[in-house]
Design a protein around this ligand. Structure first.
Ligand SMILES: Cc1cc2nc3c(=O)[nH]c(=O)nc-3n(C[C@H](O)[C@H](O)[C@H](O)COP(=O)(O)O)c2cc1C
Ligand code: SF4
Length: 491
């Protein structure tokens, strides 16, 4: 292949030189034509790509347009309401709130409120003053260091998936706004601690940051980090919505000295996160491990994160909680609509239960087993506006996390290149030339602003609904889809 490339280049040089010799006036035109001749020779002689072999030079246009198709989609085709994963209106809302601009919308809704899917909020004729939002205590009787959490926090995202500057901006922003930042399964880094705020340390199946050389759980390494003052809670990750039951691979190229040091792995090697945990394989084993982690962490709250797949398994877990009198302090329910840095398409498209049915099942099962008061429920999955936050609270969440919304707050433009290391905004890349474009000093305020404005909007919605106590929230605060066609008027 390399030989063919040099032959192509040599022919191009000869071509330019030949034209320059016989027709000196056309020499400059050949500076353009010559390389194209070289590319053409290379294309027809290579064997890897059929399109380029059959359509030399021109075939590259196909790959160029494919490369910029997300931008074409976003700039020219996408309407305000139908962009995916997040619509233009949603992205603009985060941007305005992060900038401290009013997030008002002119002229009226762009949605069809007569569409079968419309689930409007039932406001009251007698609004109240916007209520003060409570902090939520996480940590049952087994915890000597319970944590008072904000209603809205930053969901798990690893250093490695995100850049150092993105994480630093989130860390400072969360500290300024008094909410927590979850480390993701890639270990606890100095970037997560940079802002000096509250951190939830997540532990995945590879036990990054608390593992032996062979990938087993290392209690000493765990204790060393879990007892740091900024680490307020520990989250044991079973799965995430975008790729439930799928581990991950850290490519050797991304396994830098810095990342290896944080994760306790050999730099420059390929490291796999297995799909499941080595330390347990059933409900009892998991609860005993959670209890062990809590003891090692000097009584800090320890919870689990999962995307629900089978209700029966969660019912079994609730039974085991009661039988053993052992409880996770919280369960984070991640909807199948959740985001990721990278996953095989089958997983985000077709595995797992979306947030609202999963959340209501988890809430119901905890209640049915009489353990709901021992376990806090945290929700994540496209929570980005105050309405989505309120919906999650109505469906059984005690508090919420968001990942992609905070990525937007630090500058993500949904270019969807997170898995290529070429994120143009410096958010999801490790390339220093791109990371330097993300200025921590500026983005940290956007993180704080977006969080504060979203909670302010939540207070306004609660006021419009006449709710001054979050304990009163129920799913029927929202219309059922298509409710009047079923003959059930608003109550
Ligand atoms: C870039 C990126 C990296 C993520 N890394 C992790 C991770 O390490 N651990 C985890 O449990 N979830 C991870 N997630 C999932 C998020 O924490 C969150 O659960 C999910 O994206 C749903 O939230 P969202 O819809 O607000 O993005 C990641 C998501 C993104 C976008
Ligand atoms: S801007 Fe960066 S972080 Fe955002 S979607 Fe694109 S590649 Fe991913």
């Amino acid at each position: 292949m390399r030989r063919r490339f040099f032959v192509g280049a040599a022919l191009a040089v000869l071509f330019i030189a030949g034209v320059g010799w016989f027709a000196p006036d056309a020499w400059w035109a050949m500076v353009v034509v010559g390389p194209l001749v070289g590319v053409g020779v290379y294309d027809v002689t290579q064997r890897h790509n059929t399109i380029l072999r059959n359509f030399p030079v021109l075939g590259h246009l196909r790959y160029f347009f494919e490369f910029i198709s997300p931008e074409i989609q976003q700039y020219f085709i996408e309407r305000h309401t139908d962009g995916m994963p997040l619509s233009k209106n949603q992205r603009n809302l985060v941007d305005a709130r992060a900038d401290g601009r009013p997030a008002t919308h002119p002229f009226g809704t762009e949605h069809d409120l007569y569409a079968p899917s419309y689930e409007g909020l039932r406001h009251t004729m007698y609004p109240v003053d916007p209520p003060t939002l409570p902090r939520v205590r996480v940590g049952g009787p087994g915890c000597s260091q319970p944590y008072e959490a904000s209603l809205f926090n930053i969901s798990a995202m690893s250093f490695g998936a995100l850049s150092s500057n993105a994480i630093r901006a989130m860390s400072h922003g969360a500290a300024q706004g008094d909410f927590y930042l979850n480390t993701g399964e890639g270990g606890l880094s100095d970037h997560h601690l940079a802002g000096g705020g509250d951190v939830v340390w997540q532990i995945g199946t590879a036990y990054f940051g608390c593992r032996t050389r062979d990938g087993d759980f290392d209690p000493d390494a765990f204790r060393e980090r879990a007892t740091l003052p900024n680490v307020k809670m520990i989250e044991l990750k079973l799965s995430q919505g975008a790729k439930p039951g799928h581990g991950g691979v850290l490519p050797a190229a991304k396994n830098s000295e810095e990342i290896a040091k944080i994760r306790l792995i050999e730099p420059g090697t390929v490291v796999r996160s297995p799909p499941g945990h080595r330390t347990f394989s059933d409900a009892e084993g998991m609860l005993r491990f959670v209890d062990r982690l809590r003891t090692l962490a000097d009584g800090k709250p320890v919870g689990i994160k999962l995307c629900l797949g089978r209700e029966a398994e969660f019912a079994e877990l609730c039974e085991a909680m009661k039988r053993l009198d052992l409880y996770p302090d919280f369960v984070t329910v991640d909807g199948a609509e959740g985001g990721t840095g990278a996953a095989p398409l089958e997983f985000p498209d077709a595995v797992g239960i979306p947030l609202e049915p999963a959340l209501s099942a988890v809430d119901r099962l905890l209640r049915e087993h009489g353990v709901r008061d021992r376990v806090r429920v945290i929700a994540s999955g496209k929570i980005l506006t105050a309405v989505s936050l309120l919906r999650a609270l109505c469906y059984g969440a005690d508090l919420c996390n968001a990942a992609r919304a905070f990525m937007l707050a630090v500058g993500c433009i949904q270019a969807q290149r997170c898995d290529t290391n070429s994120c143009p905004t410096g958010v999801a890349t490790q390339r220093p030339d791109l990371v330097k474009g993300l200025v921590v000093e500026q983005k940290k305020d956007r993180v704080t602003n977006y969080h504060a404005a979203t909670l302010e909007a939540l207070r306004d919605l609660l006021a419009a609904c006449g709710v001054d106590d979050l304990a009163d929230l129920r799913p029927d605060l929202f219309l059922e889809p298509n409710h009047w066609r079923h003959g059930r008027g608003a109550t």
